[in-house]
Design a protein around this ligand. Structure first.
Ligand SMILES: Nc1ncnc2c1ncn2[C@@H]1O[C@H](COP(=O)(O)OP(=O)(O)O)[C@@H](O)[C@H]1O
Ligand SMILES: [Mg+2]
Length: 388
């Protein structure tokens, strides 16, 4: 690659010879707003690799056992604590990791907010040490995003050649024996999806323009995620589905699990946003989770009152952002302690997606459930204030 010849002199007229990052930048690279999993958890991955004496599949950084431990958490013989990234059934993680060591690709399926993207990123980080070989699926994803494109300047100057070819993340993963990721596979038009069939069954990517091919090196595999609710938008063809092992990620089984997930993530996010710790926030977190679970399932926790469910998904991920938003409010405009007034607006925003129908459902819930509940007076008042 060549650097374009703009900005070659500095403001004071000296030539910029230090390269794009050399001038006007702090000596150390600034901290990324959201580091990749392999960077954020580099210490844990290093400790796991050191403690890991089990066999590793070709080009894997860790053994399947160590990858599962990285995801589920645990304590190593030397005392290093591995934080849990995924809270859920152990078996799901074991099947997912094992799949990646076979010749079948992994499809993570589930409703929004069940940690499909999150698990996919951490799997790629633990298996290949790189979670960035990523294709984001949309209705407009072209075949080039999965195969390769061309650098037109090079193509015009030198004709089709390996130098003019711009490999996709999938092609790079094939060539280097790494884990590729495809997000939201079922949003990609069906004919473009089918590009993956040859890649996954023959483990090769033909390059007819050059009369060549790119053969996958061992270690290559692919993780795709797909949303349950997109079913029917662009269904996976049966030919493609056969190349995948499907693992369904469930919603958190119990309120305790969900409170645990939200608390952990809020704690992590809070640290990177310099917000106060979420430790005293656990009562409020429990309340947000209760409201979300009750409205999602259409029945109160004691099973006595049936409720209507609003149109939003009210996912764990949304609960996390409601609480994080509340903590930000509390720290900038309150005394730093999360109170009902800090989460009420966020909850309302998550519940009332359709301004007519959802609002009625929310008001009914407020008056019949929230109002009557012991210890929920402040919360009721805060909700009334933002709902009015
Ligand atoms: N079971 C779970 N264990 C750990 N984190 C979870 C779980 N479910 C949801 N999350 C959290 O929810 C957030 C959003 O998940 P994401 O991967 O974007 O969902 P999806 O891709 O399924 O829509 C992540 O920050 C993740 O930490
Ligand atoms: Mg996702």
């Amino acid at each position: 690659m060549t650097t374009p010849a703009i900005d070659s002199t500095d403001a004071d007229g000296t030539a910029d010879t230090a390269g794009p990052a050399g001038v006007g930048m702090p000596p150390e690279a600034p901290e990324a707003l959201r580091p990749h999993a392999e960077d954020a958890f580099a210490e844990e991955l290093k400790a796991l690799a050191a403690a890991d004496d089990r066999p590793r599949p070709a080009r894997w950084r860790l053994s399947p056992w160590a990858v599962a431990t990285y995801l589920l958490g645990g304590t190593l013989p030397d005392g290093t604590v591995i934080t849990p990234k995924y809270v859920g059934p152990r078996r799901i993680v074991e099947v997912a990791v094992t799949t990646l060591a076979t010749d079948r690709a992994l499809l993570l399926l589930g409703v929004p907010g069940t940690a499909k993207t999150w698990v996919s990123e951490h799997l790629a980080a633990a298996v290949s040490g790189d979670s960035t070989l990523l294709v984001q699926g949309t209705a407009g994803t072209p075949e080039e995003a999965i195969r390769y494109g061309w650098n037109y300047a090079q193509l015009l100057a030198h004709g089709p050649s390996r130098e003019a070819l711009v490999p996709s993340p999938v092609m790079r993963a094939m060539a280097e024996g790494m884990t590729a990721r495809v997000e939201e596979l079922t949003r990609i038009p069906a004919d473009v999806q089918d590009t993956l069939i040859t890649i996954l069954s023959e483990k090769t990517l033909p390059i007819p323009e050059l009369g060549q091919e790119c053969q996958a090196v061992s270690g290559f595999n692919l993780i795709a995620t797909a949303n349950d609710r997109d079913r029917g938008v662009n269904d996976l063809s049966s030919a493609l589905r056969r190349r995948f092992n499907t693992v369904v990620l469930p919603l958190p089984a119990t309120p305790e699990d969900e409170v645990d997930i939200v608390s952990r993530r809020v704690e992590q996010l809070g640290r990177s946003l310099d917000l106060p710790g979420g430790a005293e926030a656990v009562d409020e977190i429990r309340r947000v989770v209760t409201v979300f679970r009750e409205l999602r399932s259409g029945v109160t926790e004691d099973g006595r009152t049936k409720l209507k469910s609003p149109s939003g998904t009210l996912s764990t991920a949304e609960a996390i952002s409601v609480v994080t938003g509340g903590l930000a409010l509390a720290s900038h405009f309150g005394d730093g302690v999360l109170r009902p007034g800090d989460v009420a607006a966020g909850i309302l925003g998550a519940v009332v997606r359709d301004p007519a129908a959802d609002r009625v459902i929310w008001q009914e819930y407020l008056e019949t459930v929230v109002r009557e509940r012991d210890g929920w007076k402040d919360f009721y008042r805060a909700c009334r204030e933002v709902t009015a």
